[in-house]
Design a protein around this ligand. Structure first.
Ligand code: GLU
Length: 498
């Protein structure tokens, strides 16, 4: 690519970082990293009523957690207010914009008329476009409020651009109304501020959602009026919920925030990997990418035209069960839980255990080896980090829950285990060296002696010592849970029949 690539992520700080915003940031960040360019963070905080400091903090925190580092910023749009005002003034002076004194009521009346007459363009009719300087002065002298409108050039034909995702996008000049760039309270509008900032930041590519397409043509006119070359535009598909509604903070609340995934046991890179697949793909539809692989594979050409569906459970906010979100997101998270270096996983699990009050400093000292082996063993079936304190709790605590299905199938269906398992506990108590071999030997010999199928005993042991229906090899589990705990749990299993 000729010249340096500079992209930006310009969130409006009016709430948390949601997954749509995060996806936009990811696409831009990947594009910058791929082309060894710059990723600029710019906070569009000009909507003073809705922008909050907490939101800014939340967005920065979310980006940091996802590992999306920025090269410049955060810049704050509000700090460039004077520049925005000056640019509007310049457009006025150059005759590229004009003051419009039409009142809301007048505009509404005209709109209704146009609708009634079924005119194709319902936009502003240009009443104030041709006011003479005297007429303008007169109105100003009367203190009449005005907005500043951009003077769309009177040209025949179309204006357009080559969207990197959607191809050629065009619009007839005659269909573009003279749009407002400064409100009557003197505040420049987003449409203008955004362009002024992008020119100042030397942005080369604008990668944003298709919901911004309505602005793009008008912004291209502003670039032209300001004597700047427009950047390349790439409009990404929208993210929809399973009912095909646009995902938004307002409709869906917390379940679509990045924070929600963080709090529900997602690994940051797993979330990045999942989000990038919402609206982007490689020709072989690959699903798992390391950071380096993704940077290498990413291209604007791979962005889909069609909207992407995020299959979370929008109406299941309370039931944060195993499948509380898109199964693909969970399976990608499970993949990373299974495959990241165990030392790296240890840091995440430590946090979970600490928060749950289950952390033991020895896991960093004399029991480090045990801790690493344990999480390495149990991670194979887990979907989120929360599973370490859920289905994996029995390894770290004597207080754990029994899965109801497991109790029914492995315990209650076999009343004979009420006597057998405590007796097996006694046998195991006399084992001196607690290893895979010795535990297996004792259990198998016991099954033979009692004439019970090993499967019944083994499943029983599993549920009694871990609370679970399924899990890794039982002797591995026994060794890691440790002799004392295994023996005690087996001896006391009668309580499960009460
Ligand atoms: N502040 C806008 C938003 O959060 C960004 C618009 C843009 O990318 O140009 O949607």
């Amino acid at each position: 690519m000729a010249g340096e690539v500079i992209v930006r992520f310009p969130p409006s700080p009016t709430g948390y970082l949601h997954i749509g915003g995060a996806r936009t940031a990811i696409f831009n960040w990947l594009f910058a990293r791929k082309h060894k360019g710059k990723f600029i963070l710019r906070i569009e905080d000009t909507d003073v009523e809705r922008s909050t400091k907490e939101s800014v903090e939340g967005i920065l925190d979310g980006l940091r957690w996802l590992g999306l580092d920025w090269d410049e910023g955060p810049y704050f749009q509000s700090e460039f207010h004077q520049e925005h005002v000056d640019v509007a003034q310049r457009l006025l002076e150059e005759g590229k914009a004009y003051k419009c004194f039409c009142t809301k009521e007048e505009l509404e009346k005209k709109r209704q008329m146009a609708l009634k007459e079924k005119r194709s363009t319902v936009g502003y009719d240009g009443t104030c476009r041709n006011l003479t300087p005297e007429e303008v002065r007169e109105r100003e002298a009367k203190g009449l409020p005005y907005v500043i409108r951009f003077k769309v050039p009177k040209r025949s034909g179309k204006i357009g651009y080559d969207d990197k995702v959607l191809g050629r996008i065009e619009k007839d000049y005659s269909e573009i109304e003279d749009f407002v760039i400064v409100r009557s309270n003197g505040r420049p509008l987003y449409l203008l501020c955004n362009v002024v900032d992008d020119i100042r930041d030397r942005i080369t590519h604008i990668i944003r959602g298709q919901d911004h397409m309505a602005n793009t043509i008008r912004q291209i006119l502003l670039y032209e009026a300001l004597g700047a070359t427009p950047p390349v535009f790439a409009h990404m598909p929208l993210t929809l919920d399973p009912k095909k509604r646009k995902i938004s903070k307002r409709t869906h609340g917390e379940v679509v925030s990045v924070q929600f995934y963080r709090e529900h046991g997602f690994l940051p890179w797993a979330l990045v990997n999942f989000l990038v697949l919402l609206g982007w793909h490689t020709s072989d539809n690959r699903e798992i990418f390391s950071k380096e692989e993704l940077i290498e594979a990413f291209s604007l050409e791979g962005i889909s035209k069609a909207n992407a569906v995020f299959n979370f459970n929008p109406d299941d906010k309370e039931k944060v069960k195993k499948f509380f979100t898109d199964p693909k997101a969970l399976s990608i998270n499970a993949h990373y839980l299974r495959t990241i270096p165990v030392e790296e996983l240890a840091g995440y699990v430590e946090k979970e255990l600490r928060d749950a009050g289950l952390w033991d400093e020895a896991y960093k000292g004399e029991r480090r080896d045990w801790f690493l082996k344990t999480i390495d063993l149990i991670r194979t079936r887990f979907h989120t980090l929360k599973d370490f304190i859920g289905p994996g709790r029995a390894y770290f605590s004597d207080e754990f829950e029994y899965d109801q299905k497991a109790l029914k199938k492995n315990i209650h269906k076999h009343p004979e285990l009420k006597e057998l398992l405590p007796e097996l506990g006694e046998r195991l108590d006399s084992v001196d060296s607690w290893t895979l071999e010795t535990t297996e030997e004792v259990v198998r010999a016991y099954c033979d002696e009692k004439g019970v199928k090993p499967g019944i005993i083994i499943n029983g042991i599993r549920t009694v010592i871990t609370g679970q229906l399924k899990g890794p090899g039982i002797f591995d589990c026994m060794v890691l849970i440790g002799k004392d705990r295994v023996v005690r749990r087996l001896k006391e299993c009668g309580a499960l029949y009460e």
